[in-house]
Design a protein around this ligand. Sequence first.
Ligand SMILES: Nc1ncnc2c1ncn2[C@@H]1O[C@H](COP(=O)(O)OP(=O)(O)OP(=O)(O)O)[C@@H](O)[C@H]1O
Ligand SMILES: [Mg+2]
Length: 298
Amino acid sequence: MAERIQDAIVFRDAAIRRGDRIIWQHGDFAIPAGSVTAIVGTNGTGKTTMMKAELGLLPLASGSVSVLGRPAGSANADIGYVPQSYTSDIDSNLTAEQSVLLGLTGTRFGIHPVTRAQRARARRAMAFVGIEDKAPYRLSELSGGLRQRVAIAQAIVSDPKLLMLDEPLANLDLASQRAVAHLLARLNRELGMTIQVVAHDLNMLLPILTGAVYLLDGHPHYADMRKVLDSDLLTHLYGTNVQVVTTPQGDMFVTPTPDEPDGQPLDMHTAAEVAELHHHAHTPVMHAHGGNDTNPRR
Ligand SMILES: Nc1ncnc2c1ncn2[C@@H]1O[C@H](COP(=O)(O)OP(=O)(O)OP(=O)(O)O)[C@@H](O)[C@H]1O
Ligand SMILES: [Mg+2]
């Protein structure tokens, strides 16, 4: 029987350097298995760097990181990774199916004989993300939202335990962002994948997040969602005043603090109230601003 791993990712007093500069240090936290965690921080704070360290692609300057119970880099066969800007970097002459198959064959170079079983797995992954009808299309023929789903299908085709996505919502319109968020929720709930996702706007992901790693002042911290939704913390994090609000419908979102409250103010909550709310109304009930997590739209 497979060993049960409590924590998917564990950093111990970790620091990382690029060139002669320490990007962040004193990373000391554990991300639980089965969680959906955001990595949050302004540009250049080291979010992508953190994922690369978890994949063993960049060495730590000090400390340690283990992933799925093993030293970073040793468990990569169980990790699906969607790099930042993947969809603009990949060869857009590939068909959707060929791209997804790369997740099994590992390289885009050379002609790979593809087995019937591999093709079946690719079809299953495409079906899961809702693009099976796009299999023969070249990436250049697909919209950004569909390409992002191709990228996710490629990352999940090998049935990873951990899925890491670097800004999967960037450049997507609201409907596509919602579709990707919904997809991540299903991967987590239905397939039990642990998910880590870099995002600048938490709103679309709020309903599914269980916690966040936030990169602040050169240190990564991990907090569960009740703590993250603290307006003071978010304000510090975004470098501008933000507030967590809920609408009368129960939608919850993070918004810049208005200079002047208008005539029909949204409910403003203290951090403690938000924590309670979020805690009790977690996942199935709560949904993001304008979203409806139980109702996928394709
Ligand atoms: N190849 C490299 N060599 C040297 N320094 C680098 C390299 N890549 C990135 N850096 C530096 O490391 C820091 C962290 O970069 P990283 O890409 O991890 O940030 P990020 O949080 O993902 O930013 P963004 O939100 O823009 O994607 C940046 O200051 C960047 O300048
Ligand atoms: Mg990045």
